[in-house]
Ligand binder design. Structure first.
Ligand SMILES: [Zn+2]
Length: 291
């Protein structure tokens, strides 16, 4: 089954709900970045939220999201456009679990991410707008919920989950974003609150609700009317030409130094690990263009 997101209105059109299944794209990210379980979960939650968020904006708008926490994972970046995502992670080798308490044994994403900020940059026709909000728990879902309230003045509830098998492969990933529309009634808010209160663990929710439709019916108390269905996926659109142009932007002295010392330049794409080799002739061409 492909990964996808449903966008629906529910509760008498007073609430907008996004639900996603993102197992394939999160597993692809795990393989590409060779993440250990806690890093897989953090990156997977971040990718899932970003994919849904990118479907909220008009075509052509690219989002760059950054989580800068002081935990061992370090910085994570996601680029997202119309449900297509790619990501980077500073330290993929993080495996931390809760030592005690009700979550004992579960992946401790909060500590692995730590304290810091979530940054969201919207790029629409080369106009850039960045907003940010402080991380609340580092569990990603809470941090997006807070971001929507603080930066976009949209009361929301964000739930994200990644299930990792035997400490390695991602077997289930997904999540939801619930947005309360301005005209929502008190009655609807109470009903919604009751339902969200019962969702204690998103991974448990995913175990019982394997499809985005299932999740949507549960969250909407069977009142949902599906408006749109979108495929979501992990894809890096890098090309040799893009990296040639990026390298060309270095100043002349830097390019000459690479040419004389290394005789070539190898660039590895951080998003997909593809390698691009630029020869001495390529470097000379870049230098000549600057004259
Ligand atoms: Zn790439």
């Amino acid at each position: 089954m492909k990964d996808y997101t449903l966008i629906a209105l529910a509760y008498n059109k007073e609430v907008r709900i996004y639900t996603s299944i993102s197992t394939k794209l999160v597993e692809k990210s795990r393989k590409l970045h060779q993440t250990l379980p806690t890093a897989s979960a953090a990156m997977g939650r971040f990718l899932t939220a970003s994919a849904m968020m990118s479907l909220m904006y008009k075509d052509g708008e690219r989002l760059t999201l950054k989580i800068e926490g002081d935990g061992p994972i370090g910085q994570m970046t996601v680029e997202a456009k119309s449900g297509v995502v790619r990501s980077t992670i500073q330290n993929p080798n993080v495996y931390m679990v809760y030592e005690d308490g009700p979550k004992k044994g579960k992946l401790n994403v909060g500590n692995a991410v730590g304290q810091g900020n979530l940054f969201v940059t919207k790029d629409w026709k080369d106009n850039y707008f960045t907003s940010s909000s402080p991380l609340q728990t580092g569990e990603i879902g809470d941090d997006f919920t807070y971001y929507y309230a603080a930066s976009e003045q949209t009361p929301s509830a964000v739930g994200l989950g990644v299930l990792v098998l035997n400490g390695k492969k991602v077997i289930q990933a997904g999540g939801f974003i619930i947005q309360v529309l301005p005209h929502a009634s008190e009655k609807t808010l109470n009903r919604l609150e009751e339902i969200i209160k019962n969702v204690t663990s998103i991974t448990d929710l995913l175990k019982d609700h394997h499809t985005a439709e299932d999740m949507l019916n549960m969250l909407s108390d069977n009142t949902a009317e599906i408006l749109e269905k979108h495929d979501i996926k992990y894809h890096c659109g890098c090309t040799r030409k893009k990296y040639f142009n990026a390298l060309s932007r270095l100043n002349k002295e830097a390019l000459e130094e690479i040419l004389h010392e290394d005789k070539q330049a190898e660039v590895v794409c951080q998003y997909c690990n593809k390698k691009y080799l630029f020869t001495a002739e390529d470097l000379q061409l870049m230098i000549d263009k600057k004259k």
